[in-house]
Ligand binder design. Structure first.
Ligand code: B1M
Length: 211
């Protein structure tokens, strides 16, 4: 790996916000592509944090400080991931599903959708079905996007789709889902309109669903 990306990767894995931000600046100054800075330097580091947690080497506080370093680095990378001359492509209400606090992936998906011209209603984390329903009926969301990182919160995606159906709104909105444990098969099983495995695929999916 490029030495600038290695430094960024290490800073995020160690949870050092200052070095992570310095790493993003150095990588940009070296002319590295924002997409590879994100994928190789940052997302890969979070995957390693997850592996260390699984092996019992990291605990929740370590995951949390790595997440903070990731978010601090993302703030600097954000303007470079977004293109400016795009017109509104539709309105997307996005949130992590009820019970789930993992918001880094959700924030990335929101950022890429915004960059592609979608208007974003960011409902935050641990979003109850009612809030998605409100975003459809009172804020005109064309798409609702759910993110889940826990196998234990995934079932709340189905609960939320069921609540949208019961509110009589299912034919007014497209539902897209994603997050590390989520699959296309699960999307089919719960009646979502689409699944994307990463943020850039979420943009292609949203674009194709709205024609
Ligand atoms: Co948590 N955590 N965590 N955690 N955490 C995982 C998810 C875990 C896999 C770690 C592990 O064991 N290896 C594990 C889940 C196991 C499972 O369910 N099978 C886990 C656990 C167990 C937990 C707790 C239960 C730990 C505890 O308390 N004992 C707890 C639960 C809290 C809760 O949510 N109720 C918990 C807490 C936390 C922190 C708060 C400390 C922190 C989150 C901080 C934050 O987000 N603000 C945290 C972190 C950082 C992680 C890991 C290490 C990293 C997640 C991350 O940010 N990845 C994670 C391990 C891992 O993922 N390998 C882990 C980077 C991010 C860019 O990727 O979110 O996958 P991701 O998003 C991608 C794609 O998935 C996709 O696009 C994104 C960009 O490409 N995508 C979508 C995501 N949403 C999408 C939506 C779409 C489309 C695509 O359409 C709508």
């Amino acid at each position: 790996m490029n030495e600038k990306l290695t430094a960024l990767y290490n800073a995020i894995q160690e949870g050092d916000v200052t070095s992570a931000q310095a790493g993003v600046r150095a990588a940009l100054e070296a002319g590295l592509e924002p997409g590879s800075i994100l994928n190789e330097g940052m997302i890969a580091a979070m995957k390693e944090v997850g592996r260390l947690f699984e092996e019992g080497e990291y605990f929740v506080p370590e995951m949390l400080i790595s997440a903070r370093a990731m978010q601090g680095a993302l703030v600097l990378l954000k303007p470079h991931l977004m293109s400016s001359d795009v017109k509104s492509a539709g309105k997307v209400a996005i949130g992590t599903i009820k019970g789930d606090l993992h918001d880094i992936g959700k924030n990335l998906v929101a950022l890429m959708l915004e960059g592609a011209g979608f208007e974003i209603i960011d409902l935050g984390v641990d979003v109850a079905p009612d809030k998605f329903i409100d975003a459809i009926s009172n804020n005109g969301a064309d798409i609702v996007a759910f993110s889940a990182l826990l196998t234990t919160t995934m079932p709340n995606m189905k609960t939320t789709i069921d609540a949208i159906t019961q509110a009589g709104l299912r034919d007014k909105v497209k539902v897209i889902i994603g997050g590390a444990p989520v699959t296309q098969a699960y999307a089919d099983q719960i009646g979502a309109d689409g699944f994307a495995s990463d943020a850039s695929r979420a943009v292609s999916l949203a674009t194709s669903l709205l024609g």
